[in-house]
Design a protein around this ligand. Sequence first.
Ligand code: GLP
Length: 274
Amino acid sequence: MRVIVQPNSEGVSLCAAKVVANLVRDKPTCVLGLATGTSPLGLYQELIRMHHDEGLDFSRVRTFNLDEYVGLGPNDEQSYRYFMQKNLFDHINIDVRNTHVPDGRALNLSTYGEQYEKLINDAGGIDLQILGIGSDGHIAFNEPGSSLGSRTRLKTLASETVRDNARFFGSEDRVPRLSITMGVGSILESRRCLLVAMGPSKARAIRDTIEGPVTAQVTASALQLHRDVLCVVDEEAARLLERRDYYREVERAQTLLQEGRLSELGVSPQPNDQ
Ligand code: GLP
């Protein structure tokens, strides 16, 4: 896992947006996996800015969202489809037919997950999956105890998540108890994952994800098994990481390598390298 610690949440959003924008430029037909919640909001705002100011082109990009509340339709202001429209899709040149959010009102819930995954496969799989993290360490709605091999399916929300998300619904009893969510196993099939986290309420989850054991009790920890994960976190979310200095060292070395400043890394060119 590559870990980048930014001074604040704005730094996280700008850094993560660059990663997404580079992919969109390099592969205009890319498939993005999208997340909802407060964490990716700044990243979406930056993508919107890049679309307006720099012509970042989403016309051939396809997207798949991680999850949706069961029972909520696209016009429900709390639905994740509504969130995506208001916070990203309505402001960029994406073709809405290329955007997918699980259908919270699908009646065939037992087979719906398979259908959703077929759509992802038919699109060639997800190139980059954007992820937030719940305070209990969940990704998408894969609550603690979710199988690390789980697929897209129906999932009951944990009480901690209901509490966390009550702020959007006004009260806890208004929060739907069920979701359709991509599974941990489905997420691990993405070619690359980009996890963003900010604020003190995420510090424990981030420590457990990056430095704890791989466990179904912290489903984000399964990302340790993935070959290409980038975690961008702010100082507050990184507060409990023990190897923070090492992550900074890795980033410094990375920068020096990119800039060709090899001597600063203790590498001196040999005569036969010329
Ligand atoms: C929900 C979503 C997750 C998200 C999490 C954290 O549970 N299903 O995808 O990562 O909330 O949300 P926030 O970024 O608002 O803290």
